[in-house]
Ligand binder design. Structure first.
Ligand code: AMP
Ligand code: GLY
Length: 414
């Protein structure tokens, strides 16, 4: 197959690596990709969020399948136009992607489909915010509507800070005050062809910057899969109680969801609750889910894109586990330092069971340099978590980047 993967990051690199691992001789193009992805396949510099540019390119190249990595192209309507031109695309139309793009829309769908989630209030001003904060009590959860690259959510004990967050985001769209939910988080990816669903293996993401879940929220600093502490029935329950009703609700409203429904969940004492939906693969969870997938990824995504998931057997996952640790630039997530050289990459990639998924990188006269906050994900497989962690951290210790930092506690306690 000729496959176009849209996006610039480590998630897209993990997708490309999984497609290459099929050994099916796929012709894979990644746009815009990055310098790390360019070591493995063709990358093309085009604006992945421009529907017209992407569609013209896909038509000219006679692409069989487009896989959309990030949310921005979805919200911009890239999948809509591709679909109109009859190009199979893995990723929902703009209207269905609002499940991620608008937290208010997501709450409405959840309410309509009786999906278990935290109680929330849309607050328009400081007075309504203030009363919502008091209604739910501390810790306070304030969420900006719309896409905010992980920076829109504040969880705090500090009422003043919660109000300041409301004020900061209030001018730019709706702001939600939500009840705090306590418990471990789970990311479950569910493929949906608009009507049928197929779950992948669960993963856990580490969203906070610092060890022991301290510091600010980030795009994600590490992940592991599977989650040995979950019950055997967990995935089926989430499919029956959350994923399928959500997909059927969207279908009934005339906005079918074709792509990946990312269920961001908290396992509370009184049951599983949705904290967010995303309309695409998670980053860095993809880096640990896909290396464990034994079923060819392209077959799953093509069936999703063409509405034929009911013909496909459930995906098979390896008994091996996977751990990923994200290397970030100095000052991430505030104002990351860029332009610094990376070293030790070949040695790190040579550690048994390890692969590197590159994110913000470019090549400058043969030297790999960091160009943004999250630079790369070190991914390690192993027989068990002790082995996978050891491999991941050994590989990470071989990489040099001035000011670079990473969490030391990924998959340590579970
Ligand atoms: P979100 O962007 O909605 O996934 O929120 C980012 C992070 O904030 C989540 O991964 C949680 O760690 C935390 N969070 C969001 N909503 C809640 C909530 N209602 N209760 C507790 N933590 C939350
Ligand atoms: N890992 C969180 C996300 O992809 O949104």
């Amino acid at each position: 197959m000729k496959i176009l993967v849209l996006g610039p990051g480590a998630r897209e690199h993990a997708i490309v690596l999984a497609l290459l691992a099929e050994d099916a001789g796929h012709d894979i193009i990644c746009a815009p990709g990055n310098a790390g992805i360019a070591q493995d396949t063709t990358v093309i510099a085009l604006d992945a969020s421009n529907p017209k540019i992407v569609t013209e390119f896909a038509l000219a190249e006679e692409v069989d399948l487009v896989i959309v990595g990030p949310e921005a192209p979805l919200v911009a309507g890239v999948a809509d136009l591709l679909r109109r031109k009859r190009i199979p695309v893995f990723g929902p139309d703009k209207a269905a992607a609002a499940l991620e793009g608008s937290k208010g829309f997501a709450k409405r769908i959840m309410e309509a489909a009786s999906i278990p989630t935290g109680r929330a209030r849309v607050v328009a001003d400081l007075a309504s915010a203030s009363s919502a904060l008091d209604e739910f009590g501390a810790p306070y959860v304030v969420k900006a509507d719309g896409l905010a690259a992980g920076k829109g959510v504040l969880v705090t004990e500090d009422r003043e800070a919660a109000l300041a967050h409301v004020q900061h985001w209030a001018g730019r769209g709706d702001v939600l005050v939500e009840e705090f939910l306590a418990g471990p988080e789970v990311s479950l990816f569910v493929l949906s062809d608009g009507h049928n669903v197929l779950p992948l293996s669960p993963a856990q993401d580490y969203k906070r910057l610092g060890d022991g879940d301290t510091g600010p929220n980030t795009g994600g600093m590490g992940a592991y899969s599977p989650l040995p502490w979950l019950s055997d029935t967990f995935v089926n329950e989430v499919v029956s109680n959350i994923a399928l009703p959500t997909i059927r609700q969207l279908e009934a409203e005339g906005t079918p969801f074709v792509g990946l429904l990312y269920c961001g969940l908290i396992v509370t004492d009184s049951g599983v609750r949705v904290i967010e939906f995303n309309a695409r693969f998670g980053d860095p969870e993809t880096q640990v889910v896909l290396p464990r997938l034994d079923t060819p990824l392209s077959s799953l995504l093509y069936a999703t894109a063409t509405g034929t998931l009911q013909d496909i057997p459930s995906p098979v996952f390896s008994s091996e586990v996977a751990v990923t640790v994200v290397l970030a630039s100095e000052n991430y997530p505030d104002a990351p330092m860029t332009g610094r050289p990376l070293g030790g990459l070949d040695d790190a990639a040579a550690v048994p069971g390890v692969q590197l998924a590159y994110a913000a990188t470019a090549e400058d006269n043969g030297v790999m340099i960091a160009t943004g906050g999250r630079v790369l994900s070190v991914v390690a497989r192993g027989e068990n978590f002790t082995e996978a962690r050891k491999r991941a951290y050994h590989a990470m210790s071989l990489i040099t980047l001035e000011g670079g930092h990473y969490r030391r506690d990924i998959a340590e306690r579970m």
